[in-house]
Design a protein around this ligand. Structure first.
Ligand code: SME
Length: 161
């Protein structure tokens, strides 16, 4: 039983500091990547406000396949280079999208999504998965979110792939 709670009224930097500590503690010593992805998506869902989807797609035979997540049911397979997730996986670069409707090829799993951030999880020099967060609020994600989430996957990425 774990009892991690986001700090009340925290600024983003503090929120991400606490999220990182909780994620580290939660995954320490656990080698099963799927179990860790499940707990990390639940933790993000609990810590970060204004999300309608938070979870992972795993790289399986050069395709992204739906992994553990929180939110509504989602599309299962995404080819490399397609949508925001496929672009992050193909480029190895975080995609920060203020307006999903302006992103060429965006894949709308939930019509409520307005903005999105996708961070590649790189393990052993290759993209093992992507972490995808969606929000119903336009421009919900900024550079502080990008930095915090990139730090998260850098810290615990080897436990996710
Ligand atoms: N919007 C993503 C698809 C995944 S869902 O948001 C969960 C994309 O364009 O890749």
């Amino acid at each position: 039983m774990f009892d991690f709670a986001p700090p009340a009224d925290a600024d983003k930097a503090t929120l991400y500091d606490d999220l990182l500590s909780a994620a580290d503690a939660l995954t320490a010593g656990e080698p099963d990547a799927i179990a860790n992805m499940a707990n990390i998506s639940a933790l993000i869902w609990q810590f970060l406000p204004n999300l309608n989807w938070a979870g992972f797609y795993r790289m399986v035979e050069d395709q992204l396949v739906l992994g553990p997540f929180q939110g509504k049911t989602a599309c299962i397979r995404i080819p490399l280079g397609r949508g925001v997730c496929g672009t992050a996986a193909a480029s190895g670069e975080t995609q920060l999208v203020e307006d999903v409707h302006a992103f060429p090829g965006h894949i709308a799993c939930d019509a409520a999504s307005a903005s999105e951030i996708v961070v590649p999880v790189i393990v052993g020099g290759r993209v093992a998965a992507v972490l995808d967060l969606d929000s119903p609020v336009p421009a919900r994600f900024d550079d502080a979110d990008k930095a915090g989430l990139e730090m998260l996957v850098a810290r615990i990425g080897s436990r996710l792939g």
